[in-house]
Design a protein around this ligand. Sequence first.
Ligand SMILES: Cc1cc2nc3c(=O)[nH]c(=O)nc-3n(C[C@H](O)[C@H](O)[C@H](O)COP(=O)(O)OP(=O)(O)OC[C@H]3O[C@@H](n4cnc5c(N)ncnc54)[C@H](O)[C@@H]3O)c2cc1C
Length: 367
Amino acid sequence: MRVVICGGGVIGACTAWFLRRRGIDVIVVERADVAAAASGKAGGFLARDWCEGSPLDALARRSFAIHAQLPEQIAGDWGYRPMTAYSGFVAADGHPRRDAPSALGWLSNGVIIAQRIGTMETAAIVHPKKFTVAVMNAALAEGAEFRPGQVTGIMRDANGTTATGVEVDGGIVEADAVVIAMGPWSLLAAQWMSLPAVYGQRSPSIVYDTGTDAPADALFLEYEENGSAVSIEVFPRADGSTHITALSDIAPLPLDPAAVTPDHDAIARLQTMSERLSPLFRSERIIARQACFRPVTQDGLPLIGKVPQSEGLYVATGHNVWGILNAPATGEAMAQLIAEGATRNVDISPFDPARLAPLDPSLLQAR
Ligand SMILES: Cc1cc2nc3c(=O)[nH]c(=O)nc-3n(C[C@H](O)[C@H](O)[C@H](O)COP(=O)(O)OP(=O)(O)OC[C@H]3O[C@@H](n4cnc5c(N)ncnc54)[C@H](O)[C@@H]3O)c2cc1C
């Protein structure tokens, strides 16, 4: 059996690795580079039980456990480390605690820590780009093939029901099964098959070189500004980089993943906010100003499973803010579904693409 995976983000990489471990032939087709989009620009934060009470809970718990095991199973260093997480707020001018020392010594006065929301047992982090590349390299080392190119369509049999491959840059790559894992660009696949809409939600981020100065404290803060509050997230990583993100917005998704650029004003505002958090976040320590689009669905849950009304077509996307966390269990589930026809570790029925109405393809042709 040969499976073509469309997209070399974290979901495509994990699916490739779990399929290859079963001896299934895998070709990953990627338009830009491995982890070129959100999978290379995310924070990388992982939480075991923050999806409790939602249909994502079992997937997140399974994935959190696999993340902890992978450093023993795959070569490479992607900075997996447990960490503590805190919530709090940044006191605005005039607030009585504006000049109060922070409970965490590496933060500026006025950064008020409210509570600990994750412990070394329930929270962790990876460097998402290094993680995705390591998993992809492990799949390649096991015999998977990486094919640079843009997927432009799906091939079907004479009845039009069963996938027989994909069109890539005018050529054809034959396959017994096709997995759409193109992140927010999975939207374009709705032209080729019956798929619900996938949207892209943009977030800017700045990465600082903080070396060993920032401890393993993830921060989820409300930043008070002009009478309103903005959520800002800070993720110090094991390789000495600290990722800070806030201010997500709705922006048109560029057709080419390589054309995603940050909004200048949003980056400037994020930089000002970051400087208020800690003296570590000085401009000369900036190593990246970037933006990426999270893949989001109408109901906020991913699409994981068989594409309706087709044989041999699968989709795994729409992971929103938890794509790095949930990639390993998604890859494992996709491999089980394709190889055995059912999943064993996680019930993926809440993520069945058939739960949502398919997108009208004429809306895409109008773009
Ligand atoms: C600022 C930010 C911070 C985040 N922080 C976290 C976090 O801390 N923890 C967490 O769990 N998640 C986080 N996320 C979410 C996470 O990054 C995403 O959910 C995840 O990366 C999505 O992975 P993906 O593989 O589905 O898509 P992508 O990473 O978008 O990959 C899709 C790939 O498909 C390729 N592609 C597109 N079209 C084609 C085509 N036609 N042919 C071939 N290839 C194609 C693209 O080039 C791309 O490489 C964050 C996201 C953002 C934006």
